[in-house]
Design a protein. Structure first.
Length: 274
């Protein structure tokens, strides 16, 4: 596979990686960051906004993004009409070990831009991606290569916090994401989390959330990731994310993101690219 071919790969005990390809400028609002991630921009410009900040990352620059926050993202096209990036996520145990061994390092609360990454950083990033994507690399070697990127982040001024106790809403999101196509009734979710339906609804309400909203956003956010990071047909993505018909999926997707699923892969007008 080429370095920029869109796909998502997970390797247990090591991490996950994906390539992102986008053909026109779009804004993705209120995206929940479920896990710490490192993004390297290959073509175009990424703008990321959170509650108290904003950064712009150009080709060759990287961004470390902490979990547990909601962000807005705009990906702008390169002159050739495409935005491309790669991202890397770690097995939680690797992040926990690094944090335990380096407690004095500053914690990345939102985002850590890495502007002057340099060739060695890029080479290490590529080795880490290969460690996730090539099952022929021995597990311990693969874990070492991915963990090396945590040392690079430390050199650039930050580390990730280990996973904190999840909110109930985050637990529900994680549960739903394991089987997006399942019929997730309140009784099913409550039973999986060992509580009554009434307790589930009450505790979610205490967090300012409700099950139907979490279910919809989890499905649509995962669909967005598949549209950006795989070549799967829209119809297949709709079914795998729990929608019975492409038209229903397209309507809900447009309601959530203000554009159609096909817009992500469609080439934009030349005058709209920046």
């Amino acid at each position: 596979m080429s370095a920029t071919e869109p796909r998502i790969i997970q390797r247990p005990g090591v991490g996950a990686s994906a390539g992102i390809l986008q053909r026109q400028e779009l804004e993705f609002k209120r995206l929940v960051v479920d896990q710490p991630v490192l993004i390297l921009v290959l073509q175009g410009i990424k703008t990321l906004r959170w509650a108290h900040g904003e950064v712009h990352m150009r080709a060759g620059e990287a961004l470390a993004l902490a979990a547990g926050q909601s962000v807005d993202i705009i990906n702008r096209m390169a002159p050739n009409g495409a935005y491309r990036a790669r991202w890397l996520a770690w097995d939680p145990a690797l992040i926990a070990t690094h944090a335990q061994q380096n407690p004095a390092q500053p914690v990345i609360r939102h985002a850590l831009p890495i502007v002057n990454a340099g060739g060695e950083f890029a080479d290490a990033f590529q080795r880490a991606l290969q460690a996730v994507e090539d099952p022929g690399i021995p597990l311990e070697i693969a874990r070492h290569r991915v963990a090396e990127m945590l040392q690079w982040l430390a050199l650039h001024g930050g580390r990730f916090e280990p996973s904190e106790p999840l909110t109930l809403g985050a637990k529900v999101r994680r549960l739903i994401s394991q089987d997006l196509a399942r019929e997730w009734a309140a009784a099913t979710v409550a039973a999986a989390l060992a509580m009554s339906e009434a307790t589930l609804r009450r505790k979610l309400a205490d967090e300012g959330a409700c099950l139907s909203d979490i279910l919809s956003d989890t499905r649509l956010s995962c669909a967005l990731g598949l549209l950006l990071s795989t070549a799967q047909p829209v119809t297949q993505i709709a079914l795998s994310c729990g929608y019975q018909t492409p038209s229903h999926f397209a309507a809900r997707f447009r309601q959530r993101f203000d554009f159609s699923p096909s817009a992500i892969r469609r080439k934009g007008a030349a005058g709209n690219s920046q």
